[in-house]
Design a protein around this ligand. Structure first.
Ligand code: ATP
Length: 297
C-alpha cells in the first residue's frame, strides 16, 4: 500500500508540491503526468526517499519513507530522468560495480546481468558506456536499476528521447515485469500514449497539486466526454444541421460530430428519412492528451 498524506515540498518558498495526498494499492503500474514543472520529478524523488518533503507523511509497503528512507533502498530500483553512466566502463563491469554495492555475490551478479541484458535485448559487446547509443544507455540504466531485483521501481521518464521502437520495447518490458515478477512500477512520462497503454492508475499533477487520480476509465468518466463522428451524404444538410455540434464538407461527403447518443440517433434518422445515406459512424474516446489540454497548465 502507498499512503501519502499532505506532502509539501518548498524550494525557497516556492511550492513544488502543494499538499499531495493519495492512497493506492502497491500493485501495477502507476503513471504520473503533468506539464513541465508540475512536480513529477519532485514527487518521484520523495517517494524514493532521495529527498525529504518539507512536510507530510509517506508510507510505502509498511515503511515510513520519511523517517526511515534507507529501509526502502533494498526494495527500490530508481531510474533518474538522466542517468550519468561511467563513460569508460563497459556494460558488464558497470552492472557488476552496482551489484557489489548491493552486496550480491559474483555468481548472482553474473546471473542477474545475463538475464537482464537478454531481456532488454542489449548486446553491447565490449563497448564502453560512452560509446553506446542513447537507447542502449537507457537500457543499461534500466538494467542497473534492476540488478538487485527490487520490488518497487521508480522510473522518471523511462523512454524520454528514445525512438519509437526502443520506447515500445521498454513499454513492453515494463508490462512483462509487472505481470511476471509482480513488481510495482511508478513512472512519469510525457509520452501520454505510452502512459495510456501501460499504466493501471494515472495521476495528473498541476502546479504541485493532484488534480486527477484513477484508472483511464475513471479519468474519462470525470474529464472526458465521448464523441461520435458521422460520415454521410445528403442533399440538404440544413434540415438537420441543428442535431450536430459541428460539421465539415469534403466533396460530396459531410463529416458531422455529436457528443451524445440521443443526438447521434436523431441525426442518423434524419439523414436517412431525408433521403441521405450514412456511410460511417465512429466513436472517439478522450485521450490523456485531450484531458491534459482540458485541465490546462
Ligand atoms: N532543487 C530545486 N531547487 C529549486 N526549485 C526546484 C528544484 N527542483 C525542482 N524545482 C522546481 O520545482 C518545480 C517542479 O519541478 P519538477 O522537476 O518536479 O517538475 P516536473 O513535473 O518533473 O517537470 P518536467 O516535466 O519539466 O521534468 C519546478 O518549478 C522546478 O523549477
Amino acid at each position: 500500500m502507498i499512503k501519502a498524506r499532505s506532502i509539501v515540498k518548498d524550494y525557497n518558498g516556492f511550492h513544488a508540491l502543494d499538499g499531495a495526498s493519495f492512497e493506492r494499492d502497491d500493485t501495477g503500474i502507476f503513471g504520473i503526468i503533468g506539464h513541465n514543472g508540475a512536480g513529477k520529478t519532485t514527487l518521484l524523488k520523495i517517494m524514493s526517499g532521495l529527498i525529504a518533503p518539507t512536510s507530510g507523511e509517506l508510507e510505502i509497503g509498511g515503511i515510513d519513507v520519511i523517517k526511515n528512507p534507507d529501509a526502502l533502498k533494498e526494495r527500490l530500483g530508481y531510474l533518474p530522468e538522466e542517468s550519468r553512466l561511467y563513460e569508460t566502463m563497459n556494460v558488464k563491469g558497470y552492472l557488476s560495480f552496482f551489484g557489489e554495492i548491493y552486496g550480491l555475490s559474483p555468481d548472482k551478479i553474473k546471473e542477474r546481468s545475463d538475464t537482464l541484458l537478454d531481456r532488454l535485448n542489449l548486446d553491447a559487446g565490449n563497448k564502453k558506456l560512452g560509446e553506446l547509443s542513447k537507447g542502449m544507455k537507457r537500457k543499461v540504466a534500466i538494467a542497473r536499476s534492476l540488478i538487485h531485483d527490487p520490488s518497487f521501481l521508480v522510473y522518471d521518464e523511462p523512454t524520454s528521447g528514445l525512438d519509437p521502437m526502443t520506447s515500445r520495447y521498454i513499454s513492453e518490458f515494463l508490462m512483462s515485469m509487472k505481470k511476471e515478477n509482480k513488481k510495482t512500477i511508478l513512472l512519469s512520462a510525457h509520452n501520454l500514449y505510452q502512459v495510456e497503454e501501460v499504466c493501471d492508475q494515472i495521476m495528473i499533477l498541476q502546479r504541485g497539486r493532484i488534480v486527477a487520480l484513477g484508472s483511464m476509465d475513471e479519468l474519462r468518466d470525470e474529464y472526458g466526454s465521448i464523441s461520435y463522428s458521422v460520415e454521410f451524404m445528403a442533399d440538404d444538410v440544413k434540415e438537420f444541421e441543428e442535431c450536430m455540434d459541428h460539421y465539415d464538407r469534403v466533396g460530396d461527403v459531410y463529416l458531422g460530430t455529436v457528443t451524445d447518443i440521443e443526438s447521434l440517433n436523431m441525426l442518423t434518422e434524419r439523414i436517412t428519412s431525408s433521403g441521405g445515406r450514412v456511410k460511417k459512424i465512429e466513436s472517439h474516446y478522450p485521450s490523456l492528451e485531450d484531458m491534459l489540454v482540458q485541465i490546462g497548465d
